[in-house]
Design a protein around this ligand. Sequence first.
Ligand SMILES: Cc1cc2nc3c(=O)[nH]c(=O)nc-3n(C[C@H](O)[C@H](O)[C@H](O)COP(=O)(O)OP(=O)(O)OC[C@H]3O[C@@H](n4cnc5c(N)ncnc54)[C@H](O)[C@@H]3O)c2cc1C
Length: 430
Amino acid sequence: MKIAVVGAGVVGISSAHELSLGGHEVTVFERRSTVAEEASFASGALIAPGWAAGWGLAGRQLGWPWSSHSDGLHLARLPTGSEWRWLWQWRQLRRGPQWAASQGQVQGLMRYSQQRLEAITDQYQFDHDRSHGMLVLLRTEQEVAHAQAPLQQLRDQGLPAQLITAAEARGLETALSSETPLQGAIELGGEAVANCREFAVLLRARALQAGCRFEFNTVVGRIDALAPTGFRLELAHTASRPPNEAASASARTFDAVVVCAGVASAGLLRQLGLNLPLQSVQGHSLSAAVREPMDAPQSAVLDAHQGVSIARLGQRVRVAGGHDWGRRTGTPSKAALQRLYKVLSDWFPGAVRLGGPAGNVQAWCGAQAELPDGLPLIGASRIPGLWLNLGHGACGWSMACGSARALADQVDGRPSDIDLTPFSPRRHGI
Ligand SMILES: Cc1cc2nc3c(=O)[nH]c(=O)nc-3n(C[C@H](O)[C@H](O)[C@H](O)COP(=O)(O)OP(=O)(O)OC[C@H]3O[C@@H](n4cnc5c(N)ncnc54)[C@H](O)[C@@H]3O)c2cc1C
């Protein structure tokens, strides 16, 4: 089949790679000039199933940016109209009886994805920053008690997770500051950290070898379904044109389309009469060079109270967190960045170069595409030939390789290794 993939984030690249392996004639359209330039650019790098299992006490709450906890959803402005509905659903679903079950489905997809990522990395001998094991840091007795339920859920699924004492945690991550109170930690085993952007760049080269084509600086402006089958894509080419000059346009036809356009997916699908309850939620990250390896993390930690992760990526440290709704895309929030600096200095003071000539800190924010039920959309839409792989929210890197493999199996009419029913677009009538 002749298939168009819209979007070259980590989900789009992974999908294009799997579809190309299946012998399809795949073309990826990306509005940016290269891969992984939006949400996949400087993510927290965590891939351990269970890293986002709801360890924090406030993880299901809505709050304002100045509230002391940060692992809930922060509202950067007052919602209007239908936004209230989305936020209400977001909150209610996280407090309802179905939440634990849907978290279990997410962990299952993450585990499958972790296995696929390892298989691809081994097969192609990719050399990207990665490490094993991570700790979820629990500052208080209350947090330790709260962590029991998600811990049990991970164990029930056979995932490597255990509660360890503060002393054991400090033995594993020897640079953890002794000044910051620590009651215990959840140790998550297996591969836990991998560099999302590096992987996307490496995988693009393999997808090219498998016959996939990439068209960068190309905006998919519209997707039209043709009768009886197929699609027509309206394209605008933006490369090497002065900003005041209109982009050149063209149109192409395909047998099938896979939409992996992150937060922009809702706009594209609306034109086809598919209304997706997708919202953009901002996350932030800081990346800086390691100052002294002995003061830096060995692998990764997640501060359960703050919802902030600190990961080692080779010679750099990446601090990531925040879940801000209603903020303008592309503008990092000072308050969110300060929170990241604070959590870094709480746990690994002196780990990175913050100032001086070598103190080159990259501060970044990215928009995560999130549905109110916290599950991605993977599979066939109600328009035959239109496939979706989007809405992975704050965990898209940990689900990308598995989502792509399972989607490619569905496109080829093969049963996938995992049950995709919970992630079906049909649950939203799409
Ligand atoms: C600060 C931060 C930290 C994170 N940490 C983690 C983590 O530790 N672990 C984890 O699992 N996940 C993490 N995530 C989430 C993860 O990064 C995302 O879920 C994932 O990158 C989403 O990938 P994607 O390919 O769906 O979207 P994107 O990477 O946003 O890709 C979508 C692509 O589509 C393109 N596009 C859109 N519209 C069009 C169009 N009309 N025409 C052509 N191209 C188009 C865009 O330019 C973009 O390149 C984090 C996210 C952020 C922001």
